[in-house]
Design a protein around this ligand. Structure first.
Ligand SMILES: Nc1ncnc2c1ncn2[C@@H]1O[C@H](COP(=O)(O)OP(=O)(O)OP(=O)(O)O)[C@@H](O)[C@H]1O
Ligand SMILES: [Mg+2]
Length: 274
């Protein structure tokens, strides 16, 4: 397999995984890379639906937009859990083998739950991106904090899982996972919660084995364009009649900054193409 696999995972639902996956995929395409997407959320299929909306928009408008290849891994019909997992796992492996042969990057969007197939996908991650909401409740999945001293008492359930899957990956593929955590939907205001998270996260990263990167701010543009399958990176292209506001410009910069901080192969030399 030639491609670099980027898994977007966090078993906490609604943390911005699909939004990051979509913007990452479109950013990489706009840099001229070949991109494949795997949607593991076979119930909601948010990434698959986002990309289907994009295809429909292209057909309706006649405007050409860069499109990734996309695979939604189908659920098994088997009642036997072990049989169902084996079937879904081989579906995922087939999708990865197919996309891996032709794409530079494969972006895998995981569901917001601890699903066995998502665990399996993590062991293929060259890069794992975990967006988290700026909330102490969500942070608990990464690490459990002492309410008096704010010290890290123990790893949270998701960090423990990543640790376990990293060992599995090392055994199976002889390589590690570059784990990047991003804060999602950051408010413009510096409230007490935001300041505290900015203090504790850098301390947690050393112990838990991830590195922090800037995420996306809370902006309407990230959720507004779903129905047309467009992203903020598509604004400014001829044929898309939407004014580029200052907030849209800032959103583009956030996406570029995330792309730069992921340290993906050959990406930083092409950032000016977006
Ligand atoms: N930066 C942002 N600004 C504004 N809205 C956002 C932002 N990021 C995500 N959202 C919105 O928040 C909601 C959850 O985002 P998203 O679907 O990307 O999360 P998810 O982690 O993929 O969820 P799930 O766990 O259900 O798959 C969606 O309504 C999305 O449009
Ligand atoms: Mg999602």
């Amino acid at each position: 397999m030639r491609s670099h696999v980027v898994v977007i995972g966090n078993e906490k639902g609604g943390s911005g995984k699909t939004t990051v996956a979509m913007h990452l995929a479109i950013g990489l395409l706009r840099m001229g890379f070949r991109v494949g997407c795997v949607d593991l959320d076979h119930r909601q299929q948010s990434l698959g639906r986002y990309l289907a909306n994009r295809l429909a928009w292209v057909e309706r408008s006649g405007v050409s937009l860069p499109m990734p290849s996309v695979v939604v891994v189908s659920p098994s019909n088997s009642d036997l859990r072990s049989e169902a997992l084996a079937e879904e796992t081989s579906g995922f492996n087939r999708a990865l083998a197919e996309l891996g042969g032709t794409c530079d990057f494969v972006v895998v969007d995981c569901p917001g739950a601890d699903a066995p197939l998502a665990r399996h996908a993590h062991t293929y991650a060259d890069t794992l991106i975990t967006p988290i909401n700026d909330s102490l409740l969500d942070l608990d999945l990464l690490g459990q904090l002492d309410p008096v001293t704010w010290e890290l008492k123990r790893a949270g359930i998701y960090s423990s899982l990543v640790w376990e899957l990293r060992q599995e990956r090392r055994k199976a593929h002889k390589s590690g996972i570059d784990w990047v955590v991003t804060r999602s939907r950051l408010s413009a205001l510096a409230d007490r919660n935001k300041i505290k998270l900015a203090e504790v996260l850098p301390q947690m990263q050393r112990v838990l084995g991830f590195r922090l990167a800037e995420g996306f701010g809370e902006r309407v543009i990230y959720r507004y364009m779903f129905l047309w399958g467009l992203t903020v990176l598509d604004l400014g292209q001829s044929g898309i009649a939407m004014e580029m506001t200052r907030s849209h410009q800032s959103a583009r910069e956030e996406v570029c900054s995330l792309l730069a901080n992921l340290w993906l192969p050959r990406v930083n030399e092409r950032l000016d193409r977006i």
